[in-house]
Design a protein around this ligand. Structure first.
Ligand SMILES: [Zn+2]
Length: 81
């Protein structure tokens, strides 16, 4: 199975994760979706995927490692004006 395959715990193939601009979309058949809510056709488990959740997971990974790039935000000091 391809590494981007999204598989239910029962082994049923749900779809494929496609990353674009750092956002994980989900392809199911001929549809590329930013959010999917439903259940597995094989076992009935609930399934939820949203790009907001994916972005949140990426943010949380920044707390789980020291290997992160600093955010490119420059803050101008009032004293320099
Ligand atoms: Zn299932």
């Amino acid at each position: 199975m391809p590494p981007n395959a999204v598989v239910c715990l029962c082994g049923n193939l749900i779809g494929y994760e496609l990353e674009k601009d750092g956002i994980a979309f989900l392809q199911i058949g001929g549809l590329v979706a930013d959010s999917v809510h439903g259940f597995c056709a094989q076992c009935g488990r609930g399934f939820h995927h949203t790009i907001a959740l994916q972005a949140y997971k990426r943010l949380m990974r920044r707390y789980e490692t020291d290997d992160v790039e600093p955010l490119a935000v420059e803050i101008e000091s009032p004293a320099e004006k």
